[in-house]
Design a protein around this ligand. Sequence first.
Ligand SMILES: [Zn+2]
Length: 684
Amino acid sequence: MPMPSAVDLAAHPLTIWQGPLGLPDFTRIGDGDFSGVFDAALKAHEAEIEAISGNAEAPTVENTLAALELGGEALDHVSSIFWCRAGAHTNEAIQALERDISPKMSRHFSAISMNERLFARINDLYQRRETLKLDAETLRVLEKTWKGFVRSGAKLDADGKKRLAAINEELSSLGTRFGQNLLADERDWALFLDEADLVGLPEFLKSAMAEAAEMRGQKGRYAVTLSRSIYEPFSTFSERRDLREIAFRAFTMRGQNGGATDNTAVVRDMLRLRAEKAKLLGYASFAALKLDDTMAKTPEAVHMLLDPVWEKALEKAASDQAELQRLAVEAGSNEKFAAWDWRFYQEKLRAEKFAFDEAELKPYLQLDRIIDACFDVATRLFGITFEEKKGIATWHPDARVFVVRNADGSERGLFLADYFARPSKRSGAWMSALKSGYKLGHGSKPVIYNIMNFAKPPEGKAALLSVDEAKTLFHEFGHALHGMLTDVTWPSVSGTSVSRDFVELPSQLYEHWLTVPAVLEKHALHVKTGKPMPKALVDKMLAARTFGVGFATVEFTASALVDMAYHARPDAPEEPLRFEAETLERLNMPGTIAMRHRTPHFGHIFAGDGYSAGYYSYMWSEVLDADAFAAFEETGDPFNPALAERLRKNIYAAGGSKDPEELYTAFRGKMPSPEAMMVKRGLV
Ligand SMILES: [Zn+2]
């Protein structure tokens, strides 16, 4: 019987990819196709899960673990194209679908993790794991799968499961409320100024403030708002000390203004529920639960990183403050140096010490040349090459397609890159995969892409980048290499499927090669003269990187330490804000620097779960990348072949196939220490 309305997953261009080079045939995909294909693909995956969990045969790695990993292929295919479109080339239809599909997907995957018959089969394999003669990667995948179920509550009794579900639901709605309260506080506060109040402000800030005022119905005036992109430059440039103080107080009180949008009680309840959840799942604290599958593993290891950095940062900040105070006195100020003076005098010092213009650098950073530099470094380190294929349809005509080849000429995978900003693209820069690389089953070659938001140049002109943009290009390309060089068997540990405190290593490490002299000499060529960047300019660019580091490290690390203090205790504080104050006092926090994120507006850790007990990981990654690059510096050769091979094998190719500690040690010969990062930051 023909069923005209049903989607044929075995023939649809969203699920069966028959375009050039094995890409989806984007010319045959319409926006209206997604919804029906999603529904059919979800059903197909449900049926696969049912077949695995209802299998009458005893569980084996083949019929359970491998079947689970290889299942849902149609869903993977339609999802990867859909989320690519949602980020890189969206429209109202795609956005409406997004709101519909997100909850469907989360229900689908939570049903799988709650499937008791499925867990029974995984648990059976897990209990027999020692006798199954598994290779190390398979054993790790089995353990990770089992742990994933357990962390979702699979081992709890019925009451426990019910309580866990209630806690999760409550935490998720509290997290949403936290974010919305914060947004409301940021939206509702504004300080309206007139032309005469703008002494010292640069043009870009004045126009942003004019627009902010107009949006709030005060056309012709200027608004200081609590958006970081206005607040920070305002407190950096405004000559009006009184106004800087007002802005500082408002900024640091976000989420703590009483009334309906106050986050104090939200935080108290969240900390209480998180502690209860950890206990229910058998962990000593919420931090222990969150850190269990990371590289750091324990709160103690996090402190071994943060504590020495904190001491050095305090010293550096104290000596920086003394210098800034001198500057303030010279400028005629007789007020006590305060938190709202720091950025202002720091900028005066920067202008004096590192007077150079970004505009001087830009002509040397042509987009096409910097792309060449990314490829060239990858060829020198890892032997892979890139060949552009023109005229292939993708999600947008701007996206470019490259075939990636191994040193022996065999095809490794595809790299797609979409560099220019447009209204249909969300802001930021990222890496993702249309397909990940793995060997299980018939195997799959990686199809990886990078999305950027560089300004598109007029026809016939070269696109020029700022230093930050060139760094971003290297950063995202480092993530892309993590996806493209992957050499694992199991899909769930492919490429960037690693813990949060390890995933930024391949990307941040890659940034280091942008400023290697040999790379700049070859690729940073002036757009008109073709001459390389003069050494004096390179030196100034490099020296400016460590400026202001005392302040930046103190404000960041204070937030990371308070995050850890909240979550590493077995219970929850009755009054979080008092606990915050006591923690800062114990740490000798300088009165002239505020935490980068105070508790009532610390969205990373309270507007959802993302970085709770995890704010440290930004710095952890920096420790890793500095220590890893130091390995090359120690050999005197930034392309040392033996080291590059160890880097490829243990970091870029290994995905999550082994414990990150084991991988890092195999590359470096030891665990990282914070010294190289402190040197890079200029703290020692
Ligand atoms: Zn990144």
